[in-house]
Design a protein around this ligand. Sequence first.
Ligand code: SAM
Length: 273
Amino acid sequence: MTTEKDYVLGTHDEEIERLGLQHRVWRPKATDAWQRAGFTVGQTLLDVGCGPGYATLDLADIVGPTGRVVGVDRSRRFLSHLETQLELRGIGHVETVEVDLDDAQLAERLPAGIDGAWCRWVFAFVQDPKALLVRVAGALRPGGVMVIHEYFDYSTWRLIPPSPAQELFVGKVMETWRATGGEVEIGTSIPGWLGELDFSIESVRPLIEIVGPRDYFWEWPKAFVDVGVERMRELGSLTGAEADSVRQALADAERDPRSLMVTPGVIEIIAKR
Ligand SMILES: C[S@@+](CC[C@H](N)C(=O)[O-])C[C@H]1O[C@@H](n2cnc3c(N)ncnc32)[C@H](O)[C@@H]1O
């Protein structure tokens, strides 16, 4: 019997690899946000919903051995991936916490008085994102900073010229995501909640790209299609024929160097407690 806590996209090896590629493509944007948020040497930072820990390792580099990073997730498989990396690299200032972010005991499991929290593509999956925000806010010291990357408009993900198969896929992903209790476009709610919690919004901006098949950024949605189409088929959200047509639409677009892709709209929020 497995006790692994899956999420809608799975915690299998292909998803661990996909999250790695995703982080490499997004690393410049994450690093830029962390710098503007003032993340620096000696701080204690939280990686909320850290997954396999790709960003956690970068945050560990930033704070250095005089600082501390705590990676929190409910997936044992993902946390084990991070723990293996920590051992291989001889990193001693990162801890993992295995807990469900929807669990009220999260508050007791987080260190108090942290300097900053990073949370990317996690509020969209939990059952009670507002409660999670309140719990993370409670762990931040006054003046502590939260950096958030979440979707605000998933339907911006389109091919140019448009492809009905690709747009069907985007619709099915949103539908399946919501059926598991998550809200894919949770980025539209977070600024208001931060206001209610008396955070000051230091910066808010859209992160969206229009890229061609030769761009590195193209690899991100491409990897999502590679893993996601199969996952949606397993979950019964796509028929075999629909899955094939989505793969075909992307392959056709990739063969034409004039194709463009608009990426799903991400909101970046930097907010101070
Ligand atoms: C799309 S991944 C993002 C991982 C990481 N933040 C990143 O940017 O690479 C979503 C993560 O949220 C975690 N997650 C989803 N729901 C959760 C919950 N209720 N409690 C804890 N972790 C959860 C998953 O296990 C997964 O690691």
